[in-house]
Design a protein around this ligand. Structure first.
Ligand code: SAH
Ligand code: DHB
Ligand code: MG
Length: 217
């Protein structure tokens, strides 16, 4: 399903729309050197996330799935000085790389990184953050997407946004029997037809996928 033009166009867009950013290049290099999988959002997707966060004036953002902190840096950069990114990561090794990358990017003060399975951390956030986030980015394991979405709904303010990544999966969302495809499909089935969710299919350097955007009512 991959098409070389998608990569070429993404390269073209990056040249035109993405300034050289040594901090970001260093973050990616550190993640690669540590052997982390290169499954972070693309540069264009990162800038899209950043613009979305700025457009809604996000002051508190929740991210599930930190990896090496690439999307986290972009989200943290969208915050005001007293804003906060809470980001959850199951793998200590990933979190270590991310923490160093956040420090090098100068955003550590705005980032709270929790190590552990998200489903264990999420209940602990309720006391401090119930209906407190402006934006949630769901990008951890996709098998648990429906459960993550339920938590995100409780933790997001009215009018806030939930962005769920990787819900199209080269079309595997239709019939795929792997846990990730089933998770994505269950999420879409649970979203409901109230018109408060939209899925945008995407192509680019990460192949054919898509994300769901929900406004919390
Ligand atoms: N958002 C990142 C990419 C995340 S990749 C970026 O774009 O830069 C998915 C991450 O989710 C991986 O680091 C993986 O270790 C983590 N993850 C997987 N299962 C998890 C779980 N149960 N709880 C928290 N994080 C999990
Ligand atoms: C994978 C995870 C992601 O979040 C993504 O955007 C692409 C791939 C993966 O686990 O392979
Ligand atoms: Mg993803």
């Amino acid at each position: 399903m991959d098409n070389p033009t998608w990569q070429q166009v993404d390269d073209f867009l990056e040249k035109l729309l993405a300034p050289d950013d040594p901090t970001l290049s260093a973050a990616l290099a550190a993640a690669e050197a540590a052997g982390l999988p290169a499954i972070q959002v693309s540069r264009m997707q990162a800038q899209f996330l950043h613009i979305l966060a700025r457009a809604i004036g996000a002051r508190r953002i929740l991210e599930l799935g930190t990896l090496g902190g690439y999307s986290g840096i972009w989200l943290a950069r969208a915050l005001p000085a007293d804003g906060q990114l809470v980001t959850l990561e199951a793998e200590a090794r990933h979190a270590e790389v991310a923490a160093a990358n956040f420090a090098a990017a100068g955003v550590s003060e705005r980032v709270r990184l929790h190590v552990g399975p998200a489903l264990e951390t999420l209940p602990t956030l309720l006391a401090e953050y119930e209906a407190g986030f402006d934006l949630c980015f769901l990008d951890a394991d996709k098998a648990n997407l429906p459960a993550y979405f339920d938590w995100a709904r409780r933790l997001t303010r009215k009018g806030g946004l939930i962005l769920s990544d990787n819900v199209v999966r080269s079309g595997q969302v239709l019939n795929g029997t792997d846990a990730s495809s089933q998770g994505a499909r269950s999420l879409l089935q649970a979203l409901g037809n109230r018109g408060d969710s939209a899925v945008l299919q995407t192509v680019g350097s990460k192949g054919y996928d898509g994300f769901a955007l929900t406004i919390v009512e």
